[in-house]
Design a protein around this ligand. Structure first.
Ligand SMILES: [Zn+2]
Length: 314
């Protein structure tokens, strides 16, 4: 990956007449130039695209952006939320997966998830992955740790809003629902701001035989953080995706010092910035461990269980 030129990455800019394959946007290291000498890389990093100037081309390039290697030419990897396993499997106590965080990081620099044995909440922001445990600690995730459920994307942020609070979670969800072009599509959501309170939960490490998630979250540790700055990271998914993922909002929080946080149950935002990233596809990777094929994934009230495990306070 990352070779140049790469046809599948070609974008289109009416302003500069750049179109078709063979546009040289796949350079490693940020010196890519399109056919007419437009510095494509600069168009992305300086944000000189708000008037639609090279916007489509810049979006295409941004979707293929890879923090470590510059640009990649894997079309499947761009424009998608990559998810390991399904929420329904997590409800049925499939708490061990085969995917490592090293592998997951190839698919995104931003997202949410958990760890094998349900050992805490994961939040990924700006390419840094953190493990938030029920004892309140937050530690960087090592590449060999594994996940039974995680969703990541390469976050670009194509819509931005200033948020003047106080606003609670319900108000922000309503604002977002009105902001997105369609609730039938997938979005990544990021809020950086100052919060007067954030209520989170963190699941605790489990031991076999595993209990279903509704039983585990009945005794979840809930924490209220007061007067702090931080980042909310997550996704908005359509109703029809319920069970495959979490329909509606699934948000995790980490504070600015990147030492505290959890799965968001509620908050009051004093003020901040909202960024929304529209993702074209949800890519689900089914675990290759023995637990997933053996799990009972039919016949349960998925919507009620997800409401109880992901949104309700104890
Ligand atoms: Zn969560």
């Amino acid at each position: 990956m990352g070779s140049s030129p790469a046809g599948p990455i070609a974008g289109y800019c009416a302003n500069h007449g750049i179109a078709g394959t063979g546009v040289g946007v796949a350079h490693r290291g940020g010196t890519g130039r399109a056919g007419t000498g437009v510095p494509v890389w600069m168009a992305v990093v300086t944000g000189r695209t708000r008037d639609g100037h090279c916007l489509q081309l810049a979006r295409t390039v941004a979707a293929h952006y890879d923090g470590e290697n510059g640009l990649h030419d894997d079309h499947d990897r761009a424009h998608e939320i990559f998810q390991s396993s399904t929420m329904t499997a997590l409800l049925d106590a499939v708490y061990d997966g085969g995917l490592t965080y090293g592998e997951l990081a190839d698919h995104g620099d931003f997202g949410v998830g958990t760890f094998n044995e349900l050992d805490g909440e994961m939040v990924a922001v700006d390419g840094r992955f953190f493990q938030l445990r029920s004892d309140g600690t937050a530690t960087p995730v090592t590449a060999d740790e594994r996940t039974p459920f995680a969703a990541v994307t390469f976050f670009r942020g194509d819509t931005h809003r200033r948020l003047d609070g106080p606003m609670d979670l319900d108000e922000i969800e309503a604002l977002l629902d009105g902001l997105v072009p369609s609730t039938n599509l997938f979005y990544a959501v990021r809020i950086d701001g100052r919060f007067s309170s954030v209520v989170t939960r963190t699941v605790a490490r489990q031991h076999r035989p595993y209990r279903p998630l509704v039983e585990v979250t009945r005794t979840q540790v809930e924490t209220t953080f007061a007067d702090l700055s931080g980042t909310v990271v997550g996704f908005r998914c359509p109703d029809y995706a319920q069970g495959v993922t979490v329909a509606g909002y699934h948000l995790h929080f980490i504070d600015d010092s990147r030492t505290r946080g959890g799965h968001v149950l509620g908050f009051t935002l004093d003020g901040g910035r909202l960024a929304v990233d529209q993702d074209a596809d949800l890519h689900v990777e089914v675990p290759d461990t023995p637990d997933f094929p053996a799990a009972d994934l039919a016949g349960r009230d998925v919507a009620a269980e997800i409401e109880a495990t992901e949104h309700q306070r104890r």
